[in-house]
Design a protein around this ligand. Structure first.
Ligand code: 3PG
Length: 307
């Protein structure tokens, strides 16, 4: 029986990415299936019933979804963050979960800079803005996106700092980045903070008032990570307490209405999560996902397993 590989994306890949995934799947003798722009988890449950492998983006892969899959062996999240997948439920069913680290990080970093430039120029409102040059940027978590941000920040002649509790200091310093020993030090030092931490039980709501209020004058918090890592009560408080604080984010916080109503010119939110929305990122992550599935079925390769 030919194995079935299903792509499920509420936010579709660029057409070329889909073509490339299909090509890899069919060349290897598998059946390619796709469901884009779907509505409701019940459609997802029906589609997954007899497939062997699944490729998703931020689509929620819940326990119920996994339980309705009778042949599923592998789920690949075409992207970095896998907080949308119930890893425990997958492990219980012996389903391997992988991500595709690094494949969309350049796109995310470019979005961070796009938003930073937009903000520093006052959203091109005709008044004098400011430059990124010589400003301090603090990279909160130095993974693939953090690394790209550092490189771009240097191109803009920014002073680059980072904090990452999981990396050796020397591995960050070799990029010419100054390493600080805590999140507290990072926030206290840098006017711009780029959030690149994953969303998990340790990081959810971890960006709190103490960190935010310690930021220097004209503080800008740049979030291309996840909205869940922000303590929104603290966010509202800092917006209220400090007129010089701005928040620019790939995806609006739940408290967006209050911010929009009260704090004009101090925020920018993408209408849809846009970090990975480039053809290049879609193609890279799509190809990596398809290849990882092929290598898993043909060679038992579990290199990017996260569960
Ligand atoms: C990721 O975790 O890779 C990014 O947040 C991109 O997510 P997306 O594929 O849903 O756009």
């Amino acid at each position: 029986m030919r194995k079935k590989i299903l792509v499920v994306t509420k936010k579709p890949f660029a057409p070329e990415a889909v073509n490339r995934i299909e090509e890899i799947v069919e060349k290897n003798g598998y059946i390619f299936l796709i469901m884009e722009n779907y509505r409701g988890q019940d459609n997802f449950e029906n589609a997954i019933y007899n497939v062997d492998a699944l490729i998703v983006r931020s689509d929620k892969v819940t326990k119920e979804i996994l339980q309705s899959a009778k042949n599923l062996k592998i789920v690949v999240r075409a992207g970095a963050g896998y907080d949308n997948i119930d890893l425990k439920a997958a492990t219980e069913k012996n389903i391997v979960v992988m991500n595709t680290p690094g494949q969309n990080s350049n796109a995310v970093a470019e979005l961070a800079f796009g938003m930073m430039l937009f903000k520093s120029r006052g959203f091109f409102n005709g008044k004098a803005g400011s430059e990124l040059k010589n400003k301090k940027i603090g990279i909160h978590a130095y993974g693939n996106v953090g690394r790209c941000i550092a490189k771009m920040a240097k191109g803009f002649s920014m002073e680059v700092y980072a904090f990452d509790p999981f990396l050796e200091k020397k591995d960050i310093e070799k990029d010419g980045v100054k390493v600080l020993n805590s999140a507290e030090e990072l926030y206290k030092t840098c006017q711009y903070i780029s959030l690149n931490i994953p969303s998990n039980k340790n990081t959810k709501k971890s960006i709190n008032i103490d960190l935010l209020k310690s930021m220097p004058e004209n503080a800008v918090l740049v979030n291309t990570a996840r909205k869940e890592v922000i303590c929104e009560k603290s966010l509202l408080q800092i917006f209220h307490d400090r007129k010089d604080f701005s928040y620019i984010s790939d995806l609006a916080p739940d408290c967006k209405d209050e911010i929009i109503e009260n704090y004009e010119n101090r925020y920018f939110f993408t209408p849809k999560k846009m970090g990975a929305q480039t053809a290049e990122a879609n193609i890279n992550a799509g190809i990596a996902s398809a290849n990882q599935i092929v290598n898993f079925f043909k060679k038992g390769d579990i290199t990017f397993k996260v569960n």
